[in-house]
Design a protein around this ligand. Structure first.
Ligand code: NAD
Length: 416
């Protein structure tokens, strides 16, 4: 399964949940076909005066519940099938938390680490021009993903605005605050995850102050999750890691000092007073909550039966492979699935879009309060659905999300 094409995996998920929902073959087929796909090839002038051709994709899986929404990634390994799968997962993620978007995703095959800032800017502006006919604030709203950031979004917004002749901040989210970005967006994924962990602990009747957490990945999601779970929820952080390895301290890590150490040395490893630990051993530590927030596929057949956490909160997309999912469910581990646990990011994107459309901006407290309400309600819906159907939370989330989309499709009717 690990080597399976992600689009095949995504389609298989729809098929199996579709059967559980009693959907007919026509509806399953409808849900497994992206609504629109655009592949473009375009030249970029490089700093040495030469021209290079690049290929990019934008896939819109569904707009049944609202405009399409999803990130744009710049990576040498981008494929159309990967983008299709991620566009489909965005549809289910938006439906799980009940925000009025469908799913999209985009990508350009390139290695921005080997390009100058000027080259990346020209690539971004030309790619935006190529996909401009199908994006827009009521059609499809891009956001950052792997190797794209708020600067990339600023260039997309500027280029789109020039193309349509109007300043259009709602054309893209994840922008700098000065250009219509939202307060709270940068930590919203981790904050949403924290709200889910809070609700999971409550459901398991566990006290946060007596609970411990282990976090794999110390980037945007993992680093902020470790900090928030400790500072705002009171969990003891036993271990964290990055790509070079992990650190473990049974007495609890001071996350602010770990951040400073990583900033100074480039890695969490070697943090004074802590023991170095491999990324593999870290996943198997005794703890209340495990947050995989690095890569996909880190919990697989080989380690699933050694995971000791009571709750796994998926900060990353797809960290648990399907075969491991079954093992964890049988062992009674509560897995808060990625389409719920990390949906705080797209929820804050929705807030940014809504603020931009009105040119009225909210305080960080207002953003966090709205995020809290949406995540808490979504967690409760997913937990109830999985209990009713006696299935794990991932299946519960899919049952709920796909039903939302199917209802929207049926209410709108098949045109003409
Ligand atoms: P990031 O690049 O900021 O951080 C990734 C972290 O993982 C880094 O600390 C890196 O050192 C570490 N890492 C890389 N390879 C590793 C390995 N083999 N073992 C252990 N650690 C490793 O990325 P991010 O934005 O935090 O995203 C992390 C995951 O969360 C991705 O799956 C991403 O798709 C998902 N996600 C992110 C957001 C968001 O808002 N940033 C939203 C939803 C989902």
């Amino acid at each position: 399964m690990a080597d399976m094409n992600p689009y095949e995996v995504a389609k298989e998920q729809v098929r199996s949940v579709g059967e559980a929902l009693g959907l007919n073959e026509g509806m399953i087929s409808f849900l497994t076909h992206p609504k629109r796909e655009l592949t473009v090839s375009f030249p970029v002038k490089m700093d040495d005066g030469s021209y290079r051709m690049f290929t990019g994709h934008r896939v819109q899986h569904s707009d049944a519940r609202g405009p399409c929404k999803g990130g744009i990634r710049y990576h040498p390994g981008v494929t159309l099938d990967e983008i299709r799968a991620m566009a489909m997962w965005m549809t289910w993620k938006c439906a799980t938390v009940g925000i009025p978007f469908g799913g999209a995703k985009g990508g350009v095959v390139c290695n921005p680490k080997e390009m100058s800032k000027g080259e990346v800017e020209r690539l971004t502006r030309r790619f935006t021009t190529e996909i401009e006919p199908i994006i827009g604030p009521y059609q499809d709203i891009p956001a950052p993903d792997v190797y794209t950031d708020s600067q990339t979004m600023a260039w997309i917004m500027d280029t789109y605005s020039h193309k349509v002749g109007k300043v259009t901040p709602a054309s893209v989210t994840g922008k700098p605050i000065a250009l219509g970005g939202s307060e709270g967006r940068s930590e919203a994924t981790s904050r949403g995850l924290m709200y889910c962990v809070r609700e999971a602990l409550r459901a398991k009747r566990l006290e946060p102050e007596r609970s411990t957490v282990v976090v794999q990945g110390f980037g945007n999601v993992g680093g902020n999750a470790a900090r928030l779970l400790h500072d705002e929820l009171g969990l003891k952080v036993l271990a964290v890691s990055d790509s070079s390895g992990g650190i473990y301290d049974p007495a609890g890590l001071d996350i602010h000092k770990v951040k400073e150490h990583k900033k100074a040395t480039g890695s969490v490893e070697g943090f004074p007073g802590a023991t170095n630990i491999t990324n593999r051993d870290l996943l198997e530590l005794e703890c209340t909550v495990l947050v995989p927030a690095a890569l996909e596929g880190t919990i697989d057949r080989s380690n699933a039966d050694r995971i000791k956490a009571v709750i796994v909160a998926e900060g990353a997309n797809g960290p648990t492979l399907p075969e491991a999912d079954r093992t964890l469910h049988e062992r009674g581990t509560m897995v808060i699935p990625d389409i719920l646990a990390n949906a705080g990011g797209v929820t804050a994107s929705y807030f940014e879009w809504a603020q931009d459309l009105q040119f009225i901006f909210w305080s960080v407290d207002e953003v966090n309060e709205r995020l809290n309400r949406i995540m808490t309600a979504a967690f409760s819906r997913v937990l109830s659905r999985s209990a009713e159907r006696k299935v794990d939370m991932r299946t519960g989330a899919y049952l709920l999300a796909m039903k939302e989309v199917v209802d929207a499709v049926e209410m709108r009717g098949i045109y003409p």
